[in-house]
Design a protein around this ligand. Structure first.
Ligand code: ATP
Ligand code: MG
Length: 429
């Protein structure tokens, strides 16, 4: 039997409500802050990510799914969304609207890394990008929004770690400083980090090898910001303080992707263990220009949805709910199936969620099925009652039943509180 690929997961109906809950909470809060949803393709030219994320990063070197299509185009399954959104921003001239373009997304990303708890090869991210301003209040807005999203989900114990890498010039200085600090410990680094030392020294801080973690913990990490970038960072911190968003400044938060400049941040949730990063983000003031657009500063973040779900269940005690059923139509004899099916159709057209048992079974078996499906009401079509156009309406919650005129059934049901779908799609045609 063919099984799902390692590192991919089916999200089954029993769990879907948790996903929908997170998606709805995200959409709500993103809209409140003025962000509009964008959906970009899952496949892109591989060069888009190589150029933006950087060819010395793990994502590009080891994790990206790249293949040639039938005419030899180099195609990648997107490992993240920022590069695609910047491409879409330029390609569709979204800048023409002026001001800050605020976009959010929800969707699958792909990275070929070793699967483990909180780490998959197809995983989901929800995130946003604010393109068009270097104003520190945008940084504050974006970070605050990430925090408010978590609070809305009931995930309270999270930790925001904040840093500034400065502008491109500062970043070069930061890189040189870090090289100096790592140099005496070079021999203790893993082979990958030895290679990173020259190509992407910042990435050493993200290494998961114990030996490298010890080195990274012990090296000093000084900030090396020019006065303009230092002032920008001060304003970001003051803005966060002004609206009581808690954070700690951590010079070792460097985010290894090439495109980051100035503000970078990470949000962790300790209950998640080793994979405790639920959100990562930062400014990328040069990316739009590097991708062929105008010089346009921008900032964004991405949440890992699998990790959000782990936190939601672990910390906020969230339980997934299976959507119940309004009405189960039970039939006492084969002869009435036609009528039952007609009734089922009318109920559904009235926006009342309803089910029937297609295998003719005893009334007792049908009642068991109704219970299993969590039906709020059972409508029983019995031969005797049906002769006078009546059915039995059984209230499964109140444990009572009454005879009711068939043509009054829908009006009666619609007037009862607590219908699952009846409340949201009533009157749907
Ligand atoms: P990590 O340090 O965990 O590898 P990362 O630096 O690769 O994370 P980003 O590229 O910044 O992560 O992605 C943002 C968020 O997406 C992460 O904080 C995490 O929650 C989530 N994420 C990243 N890779 C995976 C994955 N393979 N499976 C599940 N979630 C992931
Ligand atoms: Mg990673």
């Amino acid at each position: 039997m063919i099984k799902s690929l390692r590192g991919t997961k089916d999200i089954l109906p029993d769990d879907i409500s948790t996903w929908q809950y997170i998606e709805a909470a995200g959409r709500d809060i993103f809209n409140i802050y003025g962000y509009k949803e964008i959906r970009t393709p899952i496949i892109e030219e591989a060069g888009l990510f190589i150029r933006s994320i950087g060819d010395a990063t793990d994502i590009v070197q080891k994790e990206m799914y790249v293949f040639s299509d039938s005419v030899g185009r180099n195609i990648a399954l997107r490992p993240e969304a920022t590069a695609s959104i910047v491409r879409a921003y330029i390609e569709n001239s979204l800048f023409q609207a002026g001001g800050v373009t605020k976009l959010f997304y929800i969707g699958p990303m792909f990275r070929s890394e070793r699967p483990q708890q909180g780490r998959q090869r197809q995983f989901y991210q929800t995130g946003l990008e604010a393109i068009g301003s270097d104003n520190p209040f945008i940084d504050v807005e974006v970070i605050a929004l990430a925090a408010k999203f978590l609070e809305r989900l009931g995930i309270k114990k999270f930790h925001i770690k904040l840093n500034s890498l400065g502008c491109q010039k500062d970043k070069i200085r930061v890189i040189e400083k870090h090289k100096e600090s790592f140099k005496p410990h070079f021999e203790k680094l893993c082979e990958t980090c030895k290679a990173r030392f020259d190509k992407n020294v910042l990435r050493i801080f993200d290494c998961k090898e114990d030996s490298c973690k010890v080195v990274a913990e012990n090296v000093k990490a000084e900030s090396a910001l020019c006065s303009e970038c230092a002032e920008h960072f001060e304003k970001v911190k003051a803005g966060l303080d002004a609206i009581s968003i808690q954070y700690t400044v951590d010079n070792k938060i460097v985010r290894g992707l090439d495109y980051y400049t100035k503000t970078v941040f990470e949000i962790t949730q300790e209950s998640l263990g080793a994979k405790d990063a639920i959100c990562a983000g930062g400014r990328y003031n040069n990316l739009v220009k590097e991708m062929g657009g105008k010089d346009t500063p921008a900032i964004g973040f991405a949440f890992g949805m699998e990790r959000l779900i782990l936190a939601l269940i672990g910390v906020a005690g969230h339980k997934s709910q299976v959507l119940g059923l309004d009405v189960f139509v039970a039939v006492t004899g084969e002869a009435l199936y036609n009528e039952a099916f007609k009734l089922l159709n009318s109920l559904r057209m009235a926006g009342i969620s309803s089910e029937i048992d297609y295998d003719a079974k005893s009334l007792k078996a049908q009642m068991r099925k109704a219970e299993k499906l969590g039906a709020r009401f059972v409508v029983i079509l019995g031969e005797e009652e049906f002769k006078s156009n009546k059915v039995v309406l059984k209230d499964m919650e109140k444990h009572n039943q009454e005879e009711i005129q068939l043509d009054k059934l829908i009006a009666e049901l619609s007037s009862r509180p607590g219908l699952v779908l009846g409340s949201t799609t009533k009157g749907g045609k």
